[in-house]
Ligand binder design. Structure first.
Ligand code: MG
Length: 340
């Protein structure tokens, strides 16, 4: 890349970052938050140590089905690693912690409070919080190509070329599209090279499901490079989890929101470059903001990820959304083409 191109690309990055940070959050209203469950989701508060020190606590409660939960305890959200992880079961208004007897925990009127004699004796109190992406409802800027505005799937077709006589088979409901399992991946009719992409998604509440079977879908850039969509709320943040460039790059931090909550991806994509001899000079570069936070910055992606439409990496490609059999929803999808 020559100096002028680097400057242009950097400007595009900065501009996108600024736009992302001041996007309106007008749609951040009722119905945007997590699926209804008495425990699952974000909790925030404090603990008091045996020495009397008051420490901040952020907890992610993962639903595991049949009133079982995993509580991932941190000092703050949006950081890698955790202080501890404990499993518990809701029994009436009591949360029975599985591994240890030294806990007494109660859920009462939106507050989780209790004490533990584990490690150093301490008390704690937590309130439920809903942390929405600041980028929900971001409006397409002038010159953007609207790929889905909630009214029609006319810009999309089936990935399977033998089935293109039939329209894209996904469901439309209340301004969102939803995977219709078995109807296959869908892809935009338009193809793109370098671009900035905005989209919003939400994973279904599937407390009994695990791993790759839990709210799986994906956004394939140029139909070739998957930004994973998965319910990996509260997990460590691996390269096959939400926000991962599938099996290529783990997110810097796991920004996955609880299932049922609307989330955003803002992506900058720079296609691979080739020399006059046809040899690749630069890999594809991917920057991803997940719920407003950078999880990949100019990550070099050496080649198509699993399930790509083809290996013709010199050609433009569409935006593909994956049918992985789960009821994942999408809305507000638009793209700005960037000139190399
Ligand atoms: Mg996937």
């Amino acid at each position: 890349m020559n100096a002028a191109a680097i400057v242009r690309w950097s400007l595009a990055f900065v501009l996108a970052a600024i736009l992302a940070s001041c996007a309106p959050s007008g749609s951040a209203t009722k119905g945007e938050g997590p699926a209804s469950d008495p425990v699952m989701g974000d909790w925030q508060g404090h603990r008091v140590t045996s020495e009397g020190a008051v420490m901040p606590v952020a907890v992610q409660a993962i639903a595991l089905g049949d009133r079982n939960y995993r509580f991932v305890v941190k000092t703050s959200y949006d950081v890698r690693g955790s202080l501890l992880s404990v499993d518990g079961k809701l029994d009436g208004d009591r949360l029975l912690v599985a591994q240890a007897s030294g806990w007494s925990v109660k859920l009462d009127n939106g507050t989780i409070a209790g004490r533990t004699s584990e490690n150093e004796a301490q008390t704690f109190e937590l309130k439920r919080v809903v942390r929405l992406s600041p980028n929900l409802g971001a409006r397409p800027p002038e010159g953007a190509i609207v790929l889905f505005d909630g009214t029609s799937l006319s810009g999309w077709e089936r990935r399977d070329e033998t089935q293109r006589a039939a329209p894209a088979g996904w469901k439309m409901m209340d301004g969102v599209m939803e995977v219709a399992p078995g109807t296959g991946n869908i892809v935009t009719k338009q193809k793109f090279t370098d671009f900035r992409l905005h989209l919003e998604f939400r994973t279904p509440f599937m407390p009994e499901a695990r791993d790759q079977a839990r709210g799986n879908s994906g956004v394939y850039l140029q139909g070739r490079y998957e930004v994973q969509v998965l319910d990996s709320y509260g997990l460590t943040g691996e390269d096959n989890e939400c926000g991962g460039i599938y099996k290529v790059g783990a997110p810097r931090v796991n920004m996955c929101a609880p299932p049922g909550q609307w989330q955003s991806y803002d992506v900058l994509f720079r296609a691979p470059r080739f020399g006059a001899d046809g040899k690749k000079a630069n890999d594809a570069l991917v920057t991803v903001f997940h719920n407003g936070v950078v999880i990949h910055g100019d990550l070099a992606v050496p080649g198509p990820t699993g399930g790509a439409v083809d290996n013709d990496v010199q050609l433009p490609g569409g935006i593909l959304l994956q049918d992985h059999g789960n009821l994942v929803q999408y809305r507000n999808i638009w793209l700005v083409e960037l000139r190399p």
